[in-house]
Design a protein around this ligand. Structure first.
Ligand code: ADP
Length: 495
C-alpha cells in the first residue's frame, strides 16, 4: 500500500508542477495576445497626422461594430476607399478584437472615448509607454494593455488604445487541463492501488506459505508439509528451498534417531532376557547347586560383556557421525599404521595367514584421525577372521590410484549373497543373527566403518560370493598440502 501511495504522491506532485508550468505558459501567451492586439490596432491608426476622430477610427478599423455609432458623412466613404480592402493582417487584428472577452477602446489624447468594440465598465488611464497589467474584471483576473498612439508621419500623440482581456481562453484551457490532470491522477491512484495490492499479494504469498508450513510442522513434527514455490531465481525461492531442505534433513534425523532407539531396545532385549532367565533359575534352585550357580554366573557375565561392547559400539557410531566437525585437520601416514595392525592380528591369531601387498611408493598420508582408520581396519580384519571358514587366510593390500588411497581386505570364508551385501552396512544388520551373536557381533561394526569413512569423504564397498569369501574395499582421498589461500577457502566452506 505504501508503494501505491508513494507512486500516487509522486504522480500528483508531477501533475501539479506540470499544471503550474502550463498556467505560466498560457499567461505569457495571453500577455502576448494583448500586446499584439495593441500594436495591431496602433498600426491601423498611426497613419493619421492629427488627433484621432471617431470617424477616422471607425474607418481605420474597417467598419467594425462599435457601441458608439457615429454619424456618417461624405468623407467617410472616400476615406474608407482610401484604406482599401482589409489585408490578412487586418483580419487577424479584427479576429482578435472580436474574441470573446476582449475589448478594444480608442481614446483621443484628451481621454475622450472614440471607439469601443464592446461596452464594459472599465476605467481608463493614460500611459506614456505601452503597458500590460493584470486587472480585476467582474471579480476575476484579467489583463489590460494601454498604449499611446503616435502619428507615423508627424510623431505627434494622436490618441490612446486600451485593450482588456478577460482571458476567457486562459480560464477555459486551465479548467480543461486541471480536469484532465485530476482524472489522470485518479486513474493513477486506482491503477497504483491495484498494482500495489497485486504486488503485495504476490510478495506475501511465499511468506504466508512458509508460515503455514511452519505451523504444520509445529503441530505435527512428522508432517510432510513443505513450502510449494514457483521455479524462480529470487531470494524467497532460495529461502524456501533451503527451508525445505532443512525440514527434510531434520525429519530424516528424527527418523534415524527413532530407528536407532528402536534398534537399541531390540538389541538389549536379548541379553536382558538371557540374564533374567539365569537369575530366575538361580533364584529358584540354583543357589544350592554349585554347578548351576557357576554356569548361570558365567552366562550372565558374558551377557554383561556383550552389553558393554554394544554400548561402546553405539557410542562409537554416534561419535562417527561427527567426525566432519571435530577432526578436520588430521593426517595419518598409511604404511606404518597398516603394517602395525596386520602385525597385531598376526600375534592375536597365530593360526591365520596374513598377507600384506604394499604397492605404495614412498610415504602416503590421508586426512583422517589415526585411531579412526585403525578402528576401520580392525572392524574389517576382525570380520575377515570371524567369517573365515577352512581357509584361514586374510589378504590386505594398499595402493594409490587416481589420487586416492585404496585398501582391500580379502578373506576366503563364508561370503554372502548379493542381497546381503546391500544391507550389511545398515545398523544392527547381521546375515545370520544367531551365528553372528555367537561370534560376539552386534551388527554395528560396518555401520561405524561406513559412517567414519563418509565423514572423511571416503567410501566403502564389498564384493562377495557365498561360500567363497569376501573382499572389502576402502577409498580415501590423499592428504594434500594446501597453500594458505586454499586452506582459507576450505575453512570458509566448512563454516
Ligand atoms: P558384526 O558385529 O555382526 O560382525 P558388522 O556390521 O561388522 O557386524 O557386520 C554385519 C554383518 O555382515 C555380519 O553380521 C555378517 O553377517 C556380515 N559380514 C561382515 N563381514 C563379513 C565377511 N568378511 N564375510 C562374511 N560376512 C560378513
Amino acid at each position: 500500500m505504501g508503494a501505491a501511495l508513494a507512486i500516487f504522491f509522486t504522480f500528483s506532485i508531477f501533475s501539479i508542477l506540470i499544471f503550474i508550468g502550463f498556467r505560466q505558459i498560457l499567461l505569457t501567451q495571453e500577455n502576448e495576445d494583448v500586446k499584439e492586439t495593441l500594436f495591431g490596432v496602433a498600426n491601423r491608426l498611426n497613419n493619421e497626422t492629427g488627433s484621432l476622430s471617431k470617424e477616422a477610427v471607425y474607418m481605420a478599423l474597417g467598419g467594425m461594430y462599435t457601441s458608439t455609432p457615429i454619424e456618417m458623412d461624405d468623407e467617410f466613404d472616400q476615406r474608407n476607399l482610401a484604406y482599401g480592402q482589409p489585408s490578412n493582417f487586418q483580419d487577424t487584428i479584427f479576429a482578435k478584437m472580436n474574441e470573446e472577452g476582449v475589448m478594444v477602446r480608442v481614446y483621443s489624447p484628451t481621454s475622450r472615448l472614440l471607439f469601443e468594440s464592446k461596452q464594459k465598465d472599465i476605467p481608463f488611464e493614460r500611459t506614456a509607454q505601452p503597458v500590460v497589467v493584470p486587472i480585476d474584471i467582474n471579480g476575476a483576473q484579467g489583463l489590460q494593455g494601454t498604449m499611446p498612439i503616435y502619428s507615423k508621419r508627424t510623431q505627434q500623440l494622436i490618441g490612446y488604445i486600451q485593450v482588456t482581456s478577460e482571458m476567457a481562453n486562459y480560464y477555459r484551457t486551465n479548467e480543461r487541463v486541471f480536469f484532465a490532470l485530476v482524472t489522470i491522477n485518479i486513474l493513477a491512484l486506482i491503477f497504483s492501488s491495484i498494482l500495489g495490492y497485486m504486488l503485495a499479494v504476490n510478495f506475501l504469498k511465499p511468506i504466508k506459505q512458509i508460515t503455514n508450513t511452519m505451523n504444520d510442522i509445529r503441530k505435527d513434527t512428522q508432517s510432510t508439509s513443505r513450502i510449494e514455490f514457483a521455479e524462480g531465481n529470487d531470494e524467497l525461492t532460495h529461502l524456501s528451498n533451503v527451508f525445505n531442505d532443512m525440514l527434510d534433513k531434520m525429519q530424516q534425523y528424527i527418523e534415524q534417531q527413532k530407528q536407532f532407539v528402536e534398534d537399541v531396545s531390540h538389541e538389549l532385549r536379548t541379553p536382558v532376557a538371557v540374564m533374567e532367565g539365569h537369575l530366575k533359575l538361580l533364584n529358584r534352585w540354583g543357589k544350592d547347586d554349585p554347578e548351576i550357580l557357576d554356569e548361570s554366573l558365567l552366562a550372565s557375565l558374558q551377557e554383561i560383556e556383550r552389553m558393554k561392547s554394544l554400548v561402546q559400539e553405539m557410542l562409537d557410531l554416534s561419535r562417527a557421525e561427527q567426525v566432519e566437525i571435530h577432526y578436520k585437520n588430521e593426517k595419518t601416514a598409511i604404511r606404518p599404521l597398516v603394517l602395525q595392525t596386520v602385525n597385531n592380528f598376526k600375534m592375536i591369531y597365530p593360526d591365520f595367514v596374513f598377507n600384506l601387498d604394499d604397492a605404495i611408493d614412498g610415504e602416503v598420508y590421508v586426512p583422517i584421525y589415526r585411531n579412526h582408520l585403525e578402528q576401520i581396519l580392525i572392524i574389517l580384519m576382525d570380520n575377515a577372521v570371524k567369517y573365515s571358514t577352512d581357509r584361514q587366510e586374510v589378504h590386505v593390500s594398499i595402493a594409490v590410484e587416481n589420487q586416492e588411497l585404496n585398501i582391500a581386505i580379502q578373506d576366503f570364508g563364508e561370503g554372502m549373497t548379493q542381497e546381503d551385501t546391500e544391507k550389511i552396512f545398515n545398523r544392527f544388520y547381521r546375515v545370520d543373527k544367531a551365528r553372528s551373536r555367537h561370534k560376539g557381533g552386534n551388527g554395528l561394526g560396518l555401520a561405524i566403518a561406513r559412517e567414519l569413512l563418509t565423514g572423511y569423504k571416503g567410501s566403502i564397498s564389498v564384493n562377495s560370493v557365498l561360500g567363497y569369501g569376501s573382499i572389502f574395499r576402502i577409498k580415501l582421498p590423499l592428504y594434500q598440502e594446501l597453500n594458505d589461500q586454499e586452506a582459507q577457502e576450505i575453512e570458509n566452506t566448512v563454516k
